[in-house]
Ligand binder design. Structure first.
Ligand SMILES: *Cc1c(COP(=O)(O)O)cnc(C)c1O
Length: 233
């Protein structure tokens, strides 16, 4: 038996996110709570959905393809490693891709999106902290990548995503602040992009550091264990 149901865990977190937003002087409606369902199956997704979850995150195409059609009213966020041969599947099932950092993948997403008659929302993944174990663009490689993406009509760049160093909230804060500065700089460098969604989003913060993410301006938090893992306190 679980100690606490997924429904209760989700509801508690949603309430806590709201109060952390208010403490930070932010409107809770500005922050999207993505329940990262990569470790669970459709039954657990259904329990979160019953508690009000309407955004889910998957890091593998298999999980996205299995669960998205069952919960197609929800928005599905692809947050994992992109492989070229799975791009058609990802574009067919993801509302937004958080983990784009290679030009050749941008080209393939553009082609797949145009073939499907859609514009694919994407975020550019940035390795703000510079850890060798992390994927993503180096901060000074984001500008040329953005310029490349802006020439692709099948893509809409909605913002930036990062993963903070784990186990050190001070370093997490620093990398979230760095991502925000970069987003602000890139947005003002492209006044010709008048779509309000352009470079609006900051996807930053997970189970252990979402509070710091919201304080630093996150518009999307990606929370897995705190929703679905009964052992996570
Ligand atoms: C798994 C994952 C998350 C959620 O992590 P938790 O620590 O379980 O909240 C967020 N973002 C990405 C990219 C992930 O792979």
């Amino acid at each position: 038996m679980r100690k606490v149901s997924i429904q209760t865990r989700y509801e508690r977190l949603a309430a806590e996110i709201e109060s952390v937003c208010r403490e930070a002087g932010r409107d809770p409606d500005e922050v999207v709570f993505v329940a990262v369902s990569k470790t669970v199956g459709p039954d657990e997704v259904a329990q979160a959905a019953a508690a009000g979850a309407c955004n889910f995150g998957e890091n593998r195409p298999e999980g996205l393809l299995e669960k998205q059609p069952l919960f197609s009213d929800a928005a599905w966020h692809f947050i994992g490693n992109i492989q070229s041969r799975r791009i058609g599947d990802i574009v067919a099932h993801a509302d937004i891709v958080h983990s784009l950092y290679q030009q050749r993948h941008a080209d393939k997403i553009d082609a797949a999106a145009r073939a499907a008659g859609k514009v694919q929302d994407v975020l550019l993944e940035v390795n703000v902290s510079g850890e060798a174990s992390k994927s993503g663009l180096a901060p000074d490689a984001v500008e040329p990548m953005l310029a490349h993406c802006l020439a692709l009509p099948g893509l809409r760049v909605r913002g930036l995503m990062t993963m903070a160093p784990q186990g050190d909230l001070q370093r997490a804060k620093a990398s979230f602040g760095g991502l925000r500065e970069l987003r602000d700089r890139l947005k003002s460098a492209h006044p010709e992009c008048d779509d309000p969604a352009f470079m609006h989003d900051l996807s930053m913060g997970m189970s252990e550091d979402w509070r710091e993410g919201i304080a630093a301006g996150a518009t999307i938090v990606r929370i897995g264990r705190a929703v679905f893992d009964d052992a996570f306190e």
